[in-house]
Ligand binder design. Structure first.
Ligand SMILES: C[S@@+](CC[C@H](N)C(=O)[O-])C[C@H]1O[C@@H](n2cnc3c(N)ncnc32)[C@H](O)[C@@H]1O
Length: 303
C-alpha cells in the first residue's frame, strides 16, 4: 500500500510562507533579515563544531539547519523535526536543492514527544519560535535533555508574547471605560482577535502564559546546567508602509490578519473609520512594533 501524500498546506505552512510575509516582496525581505539575525544569535551560543549531530525542533523551512551547515560545512548531520508535514516536505526539497539531503533526516513529531530520537544521540538541540506553541514546555525541555549526549548543548530563541496579551487586556479595560472613543474600541477588537485578552485566556494560552523567567526555570528544572538567558526587547518601526501588506500579515500563526479581522468583525462604517485613522499612520511609517525574544542556552551535565 502506498503512503498517502502529505497535505500541500496547513496552518503552519500558510503562515510561515504566506501570512507572515504579507504576500509582499519588500516585507518578505525585512522579515527574513530579522529572522536571520535571530538565527545568527542563536548559533553564536550553540558551540557549533564540524561533525556534530544537531537537531532543530520545530524547524519550519529549516533556516537554522541551513545556516549551521553554512557556518561549519557539510560534515554536520541534522535532524529536522516539526509537526507540519507540508513544512517538512518544503524543507526536504530545500535540502535536496542545497545538496544536503544525505546529511539530513526529517521527522514529523511534536517537540514534547521526540520518541523516535534515541537517548543521548545528539550534540546540539536548537529551536527557534517553536516552543512558544507547545503547551507542555517543561516536558519538551526534558525531551531535549534526554536526546542530548552528556555535554551536549541547547540553544533557543523564542518570542515572548505575554506583554502583547497584557496590552490586549489593558486595551479591553480602556475600551470598556465610559467615554472611550470608537477608534479605541476597534483597536481593541483587532488586538483581541490576535492575542488572548482576559486573565483566564492568557493563563490557558501556550503563547502567552509564560515569561522568559519561566523558560529559564523550565530548563533548570529539566536538569540542564550552565543555563543562560538573555531577553532582547527592541522597539522598531513597523516592517511595512504598504497598507495592503499591513492588512495581509499577522503576528503569529494562530492570529488572523488585520484584513480578516476587518472583513469578519467590523461593519462597513467601522472599516471606513479604522482605515481613515490607521492607513495614513502606516503609510507615513508612524506605527511601531516591539519585538521580545528570549535567547536561552544550556548544557547537559556529565561531559
Ligand atoms: C514560527 S514557526 C518557526 C519555524 C522555524 N523554526 C523558523 O525559525 O523559521 C513555528 C514552527 O513550529 C512548528 N510547531 C508548531 N507546534 C509545534 C509542536 N508542538 N512541536 C514542534 N513543532 C511545532 C510549526 O510547524 C512551525 O514550523
Amino acid at each position: 500500500m502506498q503512503a498517502a501524500d502529505p497535505p500541500a498546506t496547513d496552518l503552519w505552512h500558510d503562515w510561515l510562507l504566506g501570512r507572515r510575509l504579507g504576500h509582499d516582496a519588500a516585507l518578505e525581505q525585512v522579515v527574513r533579515a530579522k529572522v536571520e539575525r535571530y538565527v545568527e544569535r542563536l548559533l553564536d551560543a550553540a558551540a557549533l563544531a564540524p561533525g556534530q549531530r544537531i537537531a532543530d525542533i520545530g524547524c519550519g523551512e529549516g533556516v537554522v539547519a541551513w545556516r549551521a551547515f553554512e557556518r561549519v560545512g557539510p560534515t554536520l548531520s541534522a535532524l529536522l523535526a516539526d509537526v507540519s508535514a507540508p513544512l517538512l516536505e518544503h524543507a526536504r526539497a530545500r535540502a535536496e536543492a542545497l545538496g544536503l539531503a544525505g546529511r539530513c533526516r526529517f521527522l514529523q513529531c511534536p517537540a514534547d514527544e521526540l520518541g523516535a530520537v534515541g537517548d543521548a544521540s545528539l550534540d546540539l538541540v536548537t529551536t527557534r519560535a517553536a516552543l512558544a506553541y507547545v503547551a507542555d514546555k517543561p516536558r519538551a525541555l526534558r525531551e531535549f535533555l534526554r536526546v542530548l549526549a552528556p555535554g551536549g548543548r541547547l540553544s533557543m530563541a523564542e518570542p515572548v508574547f505575554r506583554d502583547d496579551a497584557l496590552t490586549a487586556l489593558a486595551l479591553r479595560q480602556r475600551a470598556g471605560a465610559a467615554g472611550a472613543d470608537a477608534f479605541i474600541g476597534l483597536l481593541q477588537r483587532w488586538k483581541a482577535a490576535q492575542f488572548p485578552d482576559s486573565e483566564a485566556a492568557i493563563a490557558a494560552s501556550p503563547i502567552a502564559n509564560y515569561s522568559e523567567r519561566d523558560l529559564f526555570a523550565f530548563a533548570q528544572a529539566a536538569g540542564f546546567e550552565a543555563v543562560h538567558l538573555e531577553l532582547h526587547i527592541d522597539l522598531r518601526p513597523a516592517e511595512t508602509r504598504s497598507w495592503a501588506a499591513f492588512l495581509a500579515t499577522s503576528p503569529h500563526p494562530w492570529a488572523p490578519t488585520l484584513g480578516q479581522v476587518m472583513a469578519e468583525r467590523f461593519s462597513e462604517a467601522e472599516r471606513a473609520l479604522f482605515e481613515q485613522v490607521m492607513r495614513p499612520a502606516v503609510e507615513a511609517g508612524r506605527t511601531e512594533t516591539v519585538d521580545r525574544v528570549a535567547y536561552l542556552s544550556a548544557r547537559k551535565p556529565g561531559a
